[in-house]
Design a binder for this molecule. Structure first.
Ligand code: PLP
Length: 404
């Protein structure tokens, strides 16, 4: 039976057209873009085309606002460190408590080792940013405010236009980690004035190990990787040509498939969620249900651990994940769900299903076929569930959706 892959926020399958576009650049078109002969100019042309595809996907005003990097993590690091280096009079960072470790571990390092003041802004039960705390934290010492466009665990979206404007009112730069948003949501950087934006190839059916940092024209910038004059001196090193060509193709295809993400993928996600709520019950959908990525569903099963659910799904040929892929392997509940104050009976039972354009209704039906039995069996042996059940009247045992 075909395996069912529902872990697309961890990574996506490279589109076959992406792989086909990359292949010639491993063989016949092997030149170095900086060379002045035909081998080089051919490759330089391919890099220009990829830059233009990303420019179009983001609605950027200029193609040179795109700087190719090794991925989302490097882009996030480059943005934050550049903001500190180019504004020596500003030594504070404002960011969200639910950011990806690509931001959080960097700002913790900067706080502990470099004495940078870091304001970690909290979220409410739906994962939405505490706007008042954000406004209070931003000030004349803020070098950069960095808030993700969409959360990787819950899919919750953040009000980027408003956050960017508030940062600018204090003269601070604004960066967004849009790794989970690009390719899933329309983005128009002519309408939203972020200074820098991070994206990653492998989250949008492109290759791994390639990403980009959008740097708005006129934004002061200091490179993270120093070396040759590549990327207009903003990122040294011979370009990852195959990766860049693949990312360019992925961006082109993402623009074509954007409507599908908004309609068909969203409908599949909603069908999965409704099916789980109706057939299993005693579960809660985590995140801001009205402002969410169309592909993501984070469902917490009351009085259960997420890990055995994910393991049994895996045995049934279904790939889902525990909160964030980066946090799995650790027994601690994720920092995102803790920041949301998810109640203790749900905190450890969260499973993330993240869909993509590769999924079909058959995939969703397979989950709905096997998951009720998995959860039912696990609940039969869960002491906290049995204790909970014995304290409830028969009526309350019908499947119900818990509200947060
Ligand atoms: N930011 C977010 C929100 C992510 O989800 C991820 C990957 O999971 C990253 C950054 C890191 O991106 P990359 O794997 O390209 O370094």
């Amino acid at each position: 039976m075909r395996p069912v892959y529902l872990d697309n926020n961890a990574t996506t399958r490279a589109d076959p057209a992406v792989v086909a576009a990359m292949l010639p650049f491993f063989s016949d078109q092997f030149g170095n873009a900086s060379s002045s002969h035909a081998f080089g100019s051919e490759v330089a042309g391919a890099l220009r085309a990829a830059r233009k595809s990303l420019q179009a996907l983001l609605g950027a005003a200029f193609d040179h606002e795109i700087v190719f990097t090794s991925g989302g993590t490097e882009s996030d690091n480059a943005a934050i460190l550049s903001a500190l280096e180019t504004q020596s009079e500003r030594d504070e960072i404002v960011t969200a408590a639910v950011e990806h470790p690509a931001i959080l571990s960097l700002v913790e390092y900067l706080r502990d080792r470099r004495g940078i003041k870091v304001h970690l802004i909290g979220v409410d039960a739906a994962g939405c940013l505490d706007l008042d705390a954000y406004k209070r934290a931003i000030g004349p010492r803020t070098a950069i405010a960095s808030v993700m466009w969409a959360n990787n665990e819950t899919g919750t979206l953040f009000p980027i236009a408003e956050l960017a404007q508030l940062a600018h009112e204090c003269g601070a730069l604004f960066h967004t980690d849009a790794v989970q948003a690009v390719g899933k949501l329309p983005i128009d950087l002519k309408a939203i004035s972020v200074d820098m934006l991070s994206l990653s190839g492998h989250k949008l059916h492109g290759p791994k190990g390639i990403g980009a940092l959008y740097v708005r024209k006129g934004t002061p910038f200091a490179p993270l990787v120093r070396g040759g004059p590549q990327e207009r001196r903003r990122r040294g090193g011979t370009e990852n040509v195959t990766g860049i060509v693949g990312l360019g193709k992925a961006a082109e295809l993402a623009a074509v498939h954007l409507a599908d993400e908004q309609t068909r993928v969203r409908a599949l996600r909603d069908h999965l969620e409704q099916g789980i709520i109706e057939t299993i019950g005693h579960c809660a959908v985590l995140g801001d249900l009205d402002h969410r990525l169309p592909n993501t569903s984070n469902i917490a099963f009351q009085h259960l651990e997420g890990e055995p659910i994910v393991m049994r799904l895996n045995q049934a040929g279904i790939a889902a994940s525990l909160g964030s892929a980066c946090a799995s392997g650790s027994i601690e509940p994720s920092h995102v769900l803790r920041a949301m104050n998810v109640p203790p009976d749900l905190l450890r039972g969260a499973v993330r299903f993240s869909l993509s354009r590769d999924n079909t209704i058959d995939d969703v039906e397979r989950v709905l076929q096997v998951l009720p039995e998995i959860v039912g069996r696990l609940r039969e042996t869960s002491p906290s569930w049995l204790q909970h059940r014995s304290s409830q009247s028969a009526e309350t045992l019908r499947p119900t959706e818990l509200t947060q």
